[in-house]
Design a protein around this ligand. Structure first.
Ligand code: F6P
Length: 547
C-alpha cells in the first residue's frame, strides 16, 4: 500500500482530514464576526474577469478554509485532470470516451486531435452548415412542401436535447428574430405536443428532432406524432424532407426514422447530452438568434474555458465556486444548493443546472467502482428572483437548514422600465445581506417588538451566498455563465473521484418503463411479475382504461 497521498481514498487525504478538523473550529463562526474582523473582506474575496464578477465573501470560510480546500484540489490532482479533459483523454471511463465539450467552442484554426482527427475542424464544418440552414430559415428561404416559408420551428428532444435549447432560447429571447415562432416539446405526455402545435400550420412548421442517440423513447414518440401531424395535412411522404431535420450522432437511426441524412446535423460521442447546447443541439438557438450571436455565445464559453484551464486555483472562478459548494456539502452537512437568477430571461436556468449538476455528479461509486463514504452532488434547485422571495425564501431565512445560494444579477437590464431594474437588483443585494447578517433579537426588541414576538421576528443570519454580477445578458455572458457551472461540476467530480460524464442511473427506469408499457397496452390481462404495489397500480390503471 502506497503512502503517496495521490493514491489515498478521498476521506484519508491529509487535506480532507485537515478540513474536518478545521470545520469543527469554524462551523459556529458567524459571518458578522468574519466581516467585523476584516473590513475589506467584501473587496478581497472576489474574482473579476472580463464581463463577470464573483463576490464570495459572504461564505462561512476563513483564509485557512480556502487554503485547505485548494490543497485538497491539488491532492486530487485537479490540474492534471483539467489537462486530461482538455486534451481529449477518455476521462469518461465507464463509457470509454473523452469529454471534449470544450472543443465545441474552440476557435476556428485551433487543433484538438482525437484518434488522429482534428475535431475542431469537424466542429466548425458543422457550425458552417448550421449557419447556412439558420440563415435560410431566418430569411424565409426555406420553403415547406407546399411552397410556403417555414416560420414555426419546433424542437423535439428531452434532457440535454431540450433543457439547453429551451434555456438558451428563453435567455436570449431579446436577440431572437420575433417573426419566427419557436416551441419545445419534450414530455411523452401527449399534452406537450398537442399544446405546442395547436395553433401552428403544418405547411409552415419545421421539426428539429434532437437526440444524441436517436433511440430515446420520448423523443421518437413525439417525432412520430409530429410526422403524423404533418402528413395528415400535407398527405405526402415527400413533405418530410422539407419539414424535418435531425440533430444526432446516430445517422443509422436517423435514416431508419425516415429523415434524410442530408438534413442531419451531427455531433460526437465525446460530447455528453448535458454538455451539448453549444453543439448542433443548439440549432434552434442559432435559428432564433442568428449565427453571429451563436458564435458570440461560443466565444463566451471559450473565454471561461481559458480562464479555467490557465488560472491559478486561488483566482479560478469555477474552482472556487466548486470548492465552496463542496465545503458546505461535505463538511457543514448542507444537502442542497439554490440558484437565483435575478433576471426573468434566465427562468429556465435552474432547470438546466439541475441536469448539469445532478446527472453529472449524482453518483455513489468512485471511478474504481467502490462505494463512496462521503456525500456527492447536492440537490440543485432555484427560481428567478424576486419571485422566489415570496414563496420559499422564508425557509432560507428562518428555516432549520443550511442552504448555500448563488445569486446572479446584471448591471443593466435589456428592458429598462422606469426604476424596475434598480428595484430588482436592490432585492438581490438585500437578500444576500439579510441572509448573511440577519437581525438579532436584541435589535428586534430595540425597535419596540415585545419580548414574546421577538424570537419570531429575529433572523439568525450566517446563511451563505455567492453573488455573480455580469454586465448585461448577452450571448457572450450566457456562454461564460454556462461554462462556469460546467467546470464547477467537473471540479467537484474530480475531487469526489466520480465519473461526471456518464448517467447509468437513468437506465433501470427506462427498461422497466418499456416492459410496463407492454403490460398496459394489450387487451389480455398480462402476467405481472412486479412487486405487489406495482402490480396493483398496473391492474388498476388497466381497469380504468380497458374496462
Ligand atoms: O436519460 C437521460 C439522457 O440520456 C440524458 O443524459 C440525455 O441528455 C437525454 O437522456 C436525452 O438523450 P438523447 O439526446 O440521446 O435523446
Amino acid at each position: 500500500m502506497t503512502h503517496d497521498s495521490n493514491f489515498l481514498p478521498l476521506t484519508q487525504r491529509p487535506a480532507w482530514k485537515a478540513l474536518h478538523t478545521h470545520s469543527e473550529q469554524v462551523k459556529d463562526t458567524h459571518l458578522r464576526e468574519l466581516f467585523a474582523a476584516d473590513p475589506k473582506r467584501g473587496e478581497r474575496l472576489v474574482i473579476e474577469i472580463p464581463d463577470l464578477y464573483l463576490d464570495y465573501s459572504k461564505n462561512r470560510i476563513t483564509d485557512e478554509t480556502l487554503r485547505l480546500l485548494i490543497r485538497l484540489a491539488n491532492e486530487c490532482q485537479l490540474r492534471e485532470r483539467i489537462e486530461s479533459m482538455f486534451n481529449g483523454e477518455a476521462i469518461n471511463s465507464t463509457e470509454g470516451r473523452a469529454a471534449l465539450h470544450t472543443a465545441l467552442r474552440a476557435p476556428e484554426g485551433a487543433r484538438i486531435m482525437l484518434d488522429g482527427v482534428n475535431v475542431v475542424a469537424e466542429v466548425h464544418a458543422v457550425l458552417d452548415r448550421m449557419s447556412v440552414f439558420a440563415e435560410q430559415l431566418r430569411n424565409r428561404q426555406w420553403l415547406g412542401h407546399t411552397g410556403k416559408p417555414i416560420v414555426n420551428i419546433v424542437n423535439i428532444g428531452i434532457g440535454g436535447s431540450d433543457l439547453g435549447p429551451v434555456m438558451a432560447y428563453e435567455a436570449l429571447k431579446s436577440y431572437s428574430q420575433r417573426n419566427l415562432t419557436l416551441r419545445f416539446v419534450s414530455n411523452v405526455d401527449g399534452t406537450d405536443f398537442v399544446e405546442a402545435t395547436r395553433d401552428l400550420d403544418p405547411e409552415q412548421t419545421l421539426f428539429i428532432v434532437c437526440s444524441k442517440t436517436f433511440t430515446t423513447l420520448e423523443t421518437l414518440t413525439n417525432a412520430r406524432a409530429a410526422r403524423n401531424w404533418c402528413l395528415q395535412k400535407l398527405g405526402d411522404e415527400q413533405a418530410i424532407s422539407r419539414h424535418f431535420v435531425a440533430v444526432s450522432t446516430n445517422a443509422e437511426e436517423v435514416k431508419k426514422f425516415g429523415i434524410d441524412t442530408d438534413n442531419m446535423f451531427g455531433f460526437w460521442d465525446w460530447d455528453g447530452g448535458r454538455y451539448s447546447m453549444d453543439s448542433a443541439i443548439g440549432l434552434s438557438t442559432m435559428i432564433a438568434v442568428g449565427p453571429n450571436h451563436f458564435r458570440a455565445m461560443l466565444e463566451g464559453f471559450h473565454a471561461m474555458d481559458e480562464h479555467f484551464r490557465h488560472t491559478p486555483f486561488e483566482r479560478n472562478m469555477p474552482v472556487i465556486m466548486a470548492l465552496l459548494k463542496l465545503w458546505y456539502n461535505n463538511f457543514l452537512d448542507a444537502q442542497s444548493v439554490a440558484v437565483f437568477p435575478y433576471c426573468q430571461y434566465l427562468k429556465r436556468f435552474p432547470a438546466y443546472l439541475q441536469q448539469l449538476t445532478m446527472e453529472s455528479n449524482g453518483k455513489h461509486v468512485t471511478l474504481e467502482g467502490a462505494n463512496v463514504d462521503y456525500q456527492t452532488a447536492p440537490i440543485y434547485w432555484g427560481e428567478p428572483g424576486t419571485n422566489g422571495q415570496h414563496s420559499f425564501f422564508q425557509l432560507l431565512h428562518q428555516g432549520t437548514r443550511l442552504i448555500p445560494c448563488d445569486f446572479i444579477g446584471f448591471y443593466k437590464s435589456l428592458n429598462p422600465l422606469g426604476d424596475q431594474h434598480d428595484l430588482l437588483m436592490a432585492n438581490c443585494f438585500a437578500q444576500t445581506e439579510a441572509l448573511a447578517f440577519g437581525k438579532t433579537e436584541a435589535e428586534v426588541k430595540a425597535e419596540g417588538t415585545p419580548d414574546w414576538l421577538a424570537p419570531h421576528r429575529s433572523f439568525e443570519g450566517n446563511r451563505p451566498s455567492n453573488t455573480l454580477l455580469l454586465d448585461r445578458l448577452t450571448p457572450r455572458t450566457l456562454g461564460l455563465l454556462v461554462a462556469l457551472f460546467e467546470h464547477s461540476v467537473f471540479t467537484q467530480g474530480v475531487i469526489w473521484n466520480i465519473d461526471s460524464f456518464d448517467q447509468w442511473g437513468v437506465e433501470l427506469g427506462k427498461a422497466l418503463a418499456k416492459k410496463t408499457a407492454g403490460e398496459l397496452k394489450g387487451a389480455d390481462e398480462p402476467q405481472l411479475d412486479h412487486d405487489s404495489s406495482t402490480n396493483t397500480l398496473i391492474r388498476r390503471y388497466r381497469r380504468f382504461n380497458r374496462g
